[in-house]
Write a protein that binds this ligand. Structure first.
Ligand SMILES: NC(=O)c1ccc[n+]([C@@H]2O[C@H](COP(=O)([O-])OP(=O)(O)OC[C@H]3O[C@@H](n4cnc5c(N)ncnc54)[C@H](O)[C@@H]3O)[C@@H](O)[C@H]2O)c1
Length: 311
């Protein structure tokens, strides 16, 4: 009997606070070589969207996430990100759980954005904003709130921003400019429009770039990326399919210019170097983050009334 966590039970099992802790630990375990992860495989179905197969191994378990990014879906009343997470025992291969991939993704994406912001942002950062009030932007905003930080939301769709802000107890930014100027900025848009043009980030600002996680997407101009201190979740993945690819291909950035977040967390690489430095974190989303959430959900399995799959 394999427990199934629908979206609502993933949310019941793992709080944004617990997600931050679990995702931070996963970045550390990966940087120390304890958890492993082949790069995700993209299965393009453009122009509609793409599928991703994301495996990882760690904590005595193996995981596979089969998940989508179909940016046009919300207009049809369907989610951009959907799919399934499978968690197996790494000692005998038995399937231990299945989880809703959209909910796992939102929790871990929100957590990664805030782990990066807290680690790389200025210690005295005051303001926080999230641009893009969709499923994953909302998760990032909820995570800021769970960490005791006031957050402003902004979206091209004003109604969406208002509904999201009301739902989670955040506020709507007075303008796009106000949101873009936050000390800790998180962008979670479909990546069809450059939000951050050359020279737009202020000294001392941090941005977690979450939206551009696949081919053809960008939220920051190459010139701006080349001007700031750049971090990523995983070089292998981000340099091929993230924001970085636009800067790496023409040679504006090389491997030596980019620091992995996990290396900062374990202390083998330096994070922010001064109060004036601008830091940017490029996230493509890692299967180890999903593994962290799936394992955290399993800790609560006995306390929840879960449906089971009889295999
Ligand atoms: N890095 C990661 O780990 C990760 C994880 C999940 C999703 N994503 C990516 O994040 C993006 C958003 O995903 P989602 O599930 O939240 O999508 P969504 O469709 O639920 O939300 C996207 C939101 O962005 C808004 N938007 C569009 N263009 C904008 C602009 N120019 N300025 C401000 N707001 C704008 C839309 O109105 C919408 O509210 C997608 O590209 C997805 O692939 C990345």
């Amino acid at each position: 009997m394999v427990p199934f966590f629908p979206a609502s039970q993933v949310v019941n099992a793992v709080s944004p606070e617990r997600a931050v802790e679990a995702v931070r630990d996963a970045f550390v375990a990966y940087a120390q070589g304890e958890w492993t992860m082949p790069p995700k495989v993209y299965v393009p179905a453009y122009p509609a969207g793409d599928f991703r197969a994301m495996p990882a191994l760690g904590g005595g378990h193996a995981l596979l996430k089969w998940v989508t990014s179909f940016p046009g879906n919300p207009a049809r009343g369907l989610p951009t990100v959907t799919g399934l997470v499978l968690l197996s025992d790494a000692s005998d291969g038995s399937l231990r759980a299945a989880l809703d991939a959209g909910a796992v993704t939102a929790l871990r994406t929100g957590a990664a954005a805030i782990v990066a912001a807290e680690e790389l942002g200025r210690r005295d950062a005051q303001t926080a904003a999230v641009i893009g009030a969709g499923v994953n932007g909302r998760a990032a905003a909820k995570t800021f709130l769970a960490r005791g930080r006031d957050v402003a939301l902004w979206d091209v769709d004003d109604e969406r921003a208002r509904a999201a802000a009301d739902e989670i107890g955040a506020r709507v930014a007075g303008s796009r400019q106000e949101a873009l100027a936050a000390d800790l900025l998180v962008t979670v848009t479909p990546g069809h429009e450059i939000l951050l043009k050359e020279g737009s980030l202020r000294p001392g600002q941090h941005v977690s770039l979450m939206g551009a996680d696949g081919p053809g997407k960008a939220e920051i101009a190459v010139e701006e990326l080349a001007r700031v201190r750049v971090f990523c979740d995983d070089w292998e993945q981000a340099s091929h399919n993230g924001e970085l690819v636009h800067a790496v291909e023409p040679g504006a950035l090389t491997r030596d210019d980019v620091t992995q977040l996990g290396d900062v967390l374990v202390g083998t690489a330096q994070g922010r170097e001064s109060d004036e430095q601008v830091t940017a974190f490029d996230s493509t989303g890692l299967a180890i983050q999903d593994l962290a959430i799936a394992l955290a959900a399993m800790e609560r399995a006995d306390a929840l009334d879960l449906a089971v799959i009889d295999l």
